[in-house]
Design a protein around this ligand. Structure first.
Ligand code: GLC
Length: 515
């Protein structure tokens, strides 16, 4: 019997409603009191990708770990995501059943089911309709705009019919942006005053599509200033409608108010400036912990970092690089696209190798860059390794085995790679932009508190200069050991940021009540 049946046809997806037969773990009992003095908030997340079920980029990490941090603070959190075809239902124990609803979609209705499960106090609800919503890949189907509109509508309907009303509906990126417009519009009355929060993880993807999607979504046609006739910009709609808009670092929150970083929405964001928050991401410090990581051959910690050198040797061996503890090894993990600075890194990669360093790359990206990097790897056997694809376990071995981590991003809302690197004692070399600027302090500018090497101009020369400074520090063994120890001791767990989210939710509720 599923949770929804125990509630007599009315659904509550909130984790704290107890039921003996819903597969909840026994540690699911609600905390008796909150760790600090705020009321328990009922929060509903909606996101396209949520780790560990489906992951393309950093959004999945945040949507997977922030809810757990909020639940640990005593709040009720449920997360909606589409049941993508790629999700391994057997592996995660996702049930077949779940409540079924008839969801209005344009002039007809679609049948949607909502299987769910609980992990670490958070209920994840998989929105299932294989024909309209489920596709093999998270992104990239020709009907992405339509299926994410259907996803948003299915979430809104489920919330409207559920017994427990959320206080906060928190949508992430363009894929769930129309949910904000729904909750702030046609579903407002049914949802009894839920406040809305919209978080921008990446302004570069706005979900541009045709305005007829609005009919399917049941939303009014009135156009925003930034929308051309006949066009729909889901991200802009959420920015305009949400009680609070946020993004994933303070610096990026400032940057997106400028034409350079605003991706055409800086004026609209400027109108929402008073309600725009920047909260830096945390990482899941249980998953990313070299002291317990099962994916790395040797475990280590800030107190006893000796294992790192073994991880480096094992990585060099695994990737066909010359095995040498004193050869500096740079890691690059992520999409090989211009956002990540691949256009300034590519021309200087041979020069970095000429210094005697090695580079290990893991990622996929624009075919043109994949081709160039394949050629580079062929030309530099033993010093440049390229793995095209995504492999979470290999990523962890690179974080552990590398000495430095390269992130020369053109723009970076937050960036998680530098935070994970810190944890593994791998020193980041970054462009000082967005979340990278907020989290990495240059070790030459500030020798006592520095945590990496950073540069400002978006040029290959500036990048190369920071790399050279990193290599210089690397050759100074005592200085390097102190730097490694310092970065490993940094705390980028969710604890502090999750509290900021709770404050933001309070602000959203105040704004809603005032409206
Ligand atoms: C996007 C951004 C990245 C951020 C992540 C999670 O992937 O590009 O900077 O860390 O979302 O918020």
């Amino acid at each position: 019997m599923t949770r929804s049946e125990t509630l007599g046809g009315r659904i509550s997806h909130f984790a704290y409603t107890r039921s003996a037969s819903n597969g909840c773990r026994s540690d699911m009992a609600p905390p008796t009191r909150l760790p600090y003095d705020v009321a328990r908030v009922r929060i509903v997340f909606a996101a396209a990708e949520v780790a560990p079920y489906a992951k393309v980029g950093g959004l999945a990490d945040v949507a997977g770990s922030l809810p757990q941090a909020l639940a640990a603070l005593g709040h009720d959190v449920a997360v909606y995501m589409p049941l993508h075809g790629s999700i391994d239902r057997a592996k995660f124990g996702i049930p077949d059943g779940g409540a079924t609803r008839s969801v209005p979609y344009g002039r007809s209705t679609i049948k949607v089911s909502y299987p769910s499960l609980v992990r670490d106090r958070v209920r994840t609800i998989f929105v299932r309709n294989d024909q309209r919503i489920g596709r093999a890949k998270v992104y990239g189907a020709p009907d992405d705009a339509k299926r994410y509109a259907a996803f948003a509508r299915a979430v809104a309907e489920d919330l409207a019919q559920a017994r427990v009303r959320p206080d906060i509906v928190h949508a992430h990126d363009w894929h769930s942006a129309l949910l904000v417009a729904m909750v702030a519009g046609p579903y407002r009355r049914k949802l009894g005053g839920a406040a809305t929060v919209f978080t921008i993880h990446n302004l570069a993807y706005q979900g541009h599509s045709k305005a007829d999607i609005l009919d399917l979504a049941g939303l009014p046609k009135r156009r925003l200033k930034v929308e051309a006739a006949g066009q729909l910009n889901p991200m802009a709609r959420a920015i305009a409608a949400a009680d609070i808009v946020s993004t994933v670092s303070e610096r990026y929150a400032e940057e997106i108010l400028t034409p350079e970083f605003g991706a055409g929405l800086h004026a609209l964001l400027g109108e929402r400036k008073a309600d725009l928050w920047g909260i830096v991401n945390g990482i899941d410090t249980d998953v990313f912990d070299p002291a317990t990581d099962r994916h790395i051959p040797a475990r280590y910690s800030a107190a006893d970092p000796r294992g790192k050198v073994n991880d480096k040797a094992a990585l060099q061996k695994e990737l066909g690089l010359a095995i040498n503890a004193r050869t500096p090894l740079f890691g690059v993990i992520g999409r090989l696209v211009e956002q990540k600075g691949i256009d300034i890194l590519t021309p200087v990669a041979p020069e970095i190798l000429r210094t005697g360093a090695q580079i290990a790359v893991l990622g996929t990206g624009e075919p043109a860059y994949e081709a160039i990097w394949k050629e580079l790897a062929a030309k530099h056997p033993g010093t440049l390794s390229l793995t095209l694809g995504f492999d979470a376990a290999l990523a962890q071995r690179i974080y552990a085995g590398a000495d430095m981590f390269l992130m020369p991003s053109r723009f970076e809302p937050c960036g998680l790679g530098q935070l994970i690197s810190f944890r593994y004692g791998t020193v980041p070399v970054v462009r000082s932009v967005g979340g990278l600027a907020d989290t990495v302090r240059d070790a030459d500018a500030d020798p006592r508190r520095g945590t990496g090497f950073s540069f400002g101009d978006y040029t290959s020369d500036a990048l190369l200069d920071a790399v050279r400074r990193g290599l210089h520090a690397y050759r100074d063994e005592p200085r390097w050991a102190a730097l490694v120890e310092r970065v490993m001791k940094l705390d980028h767990s969710w604890a502090a940021s999750a509290r900021r989210y709770v404050e933001m939710y309070e602000a959203a509720r105040v704004a809603r009540r005032a409206a």
